[in-house]
Design a protein around this ligand. Structure first.
Ligand SMILES: Nc1ncnc2c1ncn2[C@@H]1O[C@H](COP(=O)(O)OP(=O)(O)OP(=O)(O)O)[C@@H](O)[C@H]1O
Length: 263
């Protein structure tokens, strides 16, 4: 359902600062797959998410969602297909608006025009139910300003908002990295629950190898703009972080050729 076909992305081409962030990346996600993405700094993980979301238009290659070529659609035009949560808990929500106002915006994203805007009684009830599922007590604080919430609460709200419009693809960009371990565990649990409940096709970038192995149904490793390892669920469930590191060393040491390493 998501096809990334031969995507290449170079920043500052032809200058001394030239950086090839993605090199002919091929990636296919089936409906409902939950893929965790790991890799060294500068491997191209965020750039891949930016190309999928439409924030970046790749210099070569195509992105297709449900067979539709969306390569030339800007991010706001792809918004109804895509939900995204960033590392910064402040990025996904509007601090000066209330919890219910933030939810109302997310709810209306991607829906047809003509539906009643604003917070109606029916919507408020739905928001209350969804917030209650987070088990953070936010269902009793619908009219509180989001700026008053903690980082973990705000990230939980961002996650809920990103899944509200039942996007075709959920993009998670190190969305637990800025949280303390307890909050990170909470957001990981909520992520697994929401992905399962809405059967979302998901790409999740993380630097945490334990998390990359314990979550999702498939794992890919990136290095220098390439996907160098692609591990299915069965194999992933048998791997440890040490195995992943050993794979990485083996691939790096063996002269990289992604075509032979991709499975
Ligand atoms: N907007 C940009 N302008 C210039 N260069 C960029 C830009 N975004 C990314 N790059 C470069 O592209 C390469 C890939 O960056 P990217 O952010 O995708 O890596 P990453 O795998 O997400 O890294 P990290 O784990 O450090 O966040 C890096 O060399 C980076 O410096």
């Amino acid at each position: 359902m998501l096809h990334v076909d031969g995507v290449t992305q170079t920043f500052f081409p032809g200058s001394v600062n030239e950086r090839v962030a993605l090199r002919e990346v091929e990636l296919r996600l089936f409906e409902g797959e939950f893929v965790t993405v790991i890799g060294s700094n500068g491997a191209g993980k965020s750039t891949l998410l930016n190309v999928v979301s439409g924030k970046l238009r790749p210099e070569a290659g195509r992105v297709r969602i449900d067979e539709r070529d969306v390569t030339r659609l800007a991010d706001f035009q792809r918004a109804r297909y895509i939900g995204r949560v960033f590392q910064d808990p402040m990025a996904g929500t509007a601090p000066h608006m209330t919890i219910e106002e933030n939810l109302a915006i997310a709810f209306e994203r991607g829906r047809r025009r003509g539906l009643r805007r604003g917070v109606t009684g029916a919507k408020r009830e739905r928001f209350r139910e969804d917030l209650a599922s987070l088990e953070l007590g936010l269902e009793n604080r619908l009219r509180a300003k989001v700026g008053l919430l903690s980082g973990g609460q705000r990230q939980a709200l961002s996650l809920l908002m990103a899944t509200f419009s039942e996007p075709r693809i959920l993009l998670l960009d190190e969305h637990t990295a800025a949280l303390d371990p307890q909050r990170a565990a909470l957001i990981s649990r909520l992520t697994a629950e929401l992905v399962e409940r809405h059967r979302l096709t998901t790409l999740m970038v993380t630097h945490n190898m334990e998390q990359a192995l314990s979550m999702g149904t498939r794992l890919i490793m990136m290095h220098e703009g390439r996907i160098i390892l692609d591990v299915d669920d069965a194999r992933k469930s048998r791997m440890s972080p040490a195995d992943l590191l050993a794979e990485f060393e083996k691939i790096k040491g063996g002269g990289l050729d992604d075509r032979t390493l991709l499975q």
